[in-house]
Design a protein around this ligand. Structure first.
Ligand code: SF4
Length: 352
């Protein structure tokens, strides 16, 4: 993969307002129709904000019916602020990421109390649940503020335009500078939506359609025939390997001995078998972690992947008769009634 020198060697990019104008001309013909978009004048900030919150980690197709139901039932931010919270949460059910719905209610109350939405990205950023991207999008689309609006689609487009040699998340200033260089002075909201639409429909993750792209002329990746090599990905971090031991004693009635994990941390507050902490080194004295002395037999190993680590647990089992003295906090329970997390279900199944 070769690197093209920039037209202006002192600049990070070859982009200018002519590129932005070409993109807007394309948008005027090919924009996606969405219920929160308007073709004339400025859209209602309430509808823009609501759509942007719903669209976080969610597709346009999934959001559209929710957006229509919400705006029919609560047509203004004041109506949403006055709504019964349980009704709003019920209307949100199925859209996922429920922290968004709680922030939605808090934000609607804050805006209703203030009388209107703040009109700048900096002001919008102070609202509950409104981060850097959402504040910029609402400021540009609803209030015409010329701010760079950068979502995943825009990062991909700019990475290709520049042949950005690092993952875009590591170069936010370079991405924003490229967007700023193209931004037309009059229609920043349409420009923001045009960049998003281009990323969603033309400059797609796989098989971008460069032959139909309004930014084909200044695009370095297209000129190099290397569009799909961008954005550059961050190298994956190797996951840590943890090791540990657990002990599964079974009584004749089929019950097994459990305890409750500490409230904080992995599997917090969940039931588990007795055993060691999970660490990068296996425990030197595994039987020191047994709940009591017994004829422990090794039953095998179970593995489990967490986000940052791969856990490997040695499982020991024993038949437990009467007269044992398990530690405080222990309880006997049938495994299927204990509400075990997947890892512990696997360990009990290995021991049974
Ligand atoms: S020319 Fe191709 S790679 Fe470049 S921005 Fe357009 S679609 Fe993306």
């Amino acid at each position: 993969m070769g690197t093209l020198p920039p037209v202006n060697p002192r600049s990070d990019h070859d982009l200018d307002r002519a590129a932005g104008a070409a993109l807007l001309a394309w948008y005027d013909r090919h924009r996606r129709r969405m219920p929160w978009r308007v073709t004339r004048g400025r859209p209602d900030p309430y509808r823009v904000w609501l759509s942007e919150i719903m669209l976080q980690q969610t597709t346009v197709a999934a959001v559209t019916p929710y957006f229509e139901r919400f705006t029919q039932r609560w047509p203004t931010v004041a109506a949403l602020a006055a709504a019964d919270e349980a009704d709003v949460m019920a209307a949100w059910a199925g859209l996922g990421y429920y922290a968004r719905a709680r922030n939605l209610i808090a934000c609607a109350k804050a805006v209703a109390a203030a009388g209107a939405f703040p009109t700048t990205a900096a002001g919008l950023r102070t609202l509950p649940g409104v981060g850097a991207y959402t504040s910029a999008a609402v400021a540009a689309i609803a209030f015409g503020e010329p701010v760079a609006v950068v979502d995943g689609n825009v990062e991909r487009v700019v990475s290709r335009l520049l042949m950005l040699d690092v993952p875009p998340k590591r170069a936010p200033a370079r991405v924003a500078a490229a967007v700023d260089a193209m931004m037309p002075p009059r229609r920043p909201g349409d420009f923001a939506q045009a960049m998003m639409d281009l990323g969603a429909t033309i400059c797609t993750p796989r098989k971008p359609v460069c032959s139909l792209c309004p930014l084909r002329a200044p695009c370095r990746a297209a000129a190099a025939g290397a569009a799909e090599d961008f954005p550059v990905k961050a190298p994956k971090k190797a996951r840590a390997i943890w090791e540990g031991v657990v002990f599964a004693p079974f009584r004749p009635d089929g019950t097994c001995l459990f305890r409750i994990r500490p409230a904080r941390g992995l599997l917090g507050g969940m039931p588990e078998l007795f055993g060691s902490a999970w660490d990068i080194a296996p425990p030197a004295e595994p039987f020191a972690f047994a709940p009591f002395a017994a004829r422990w037999q090794e039953a095998g190993v179970v593995t489990h992947g967490f986000t940052h680590a791969e856990l490997s647990l040695r499982v020991f089992r024993a038949d437990a008769a009467g007269g044992l003295h398990p530690p405080a906090g222990a309880f006997w329970k049938a495994p299927e009634e204990a509400g075990l997390p997947t890892l512990m279900k696997k360990a009990v199944a290995r021991a049974a």
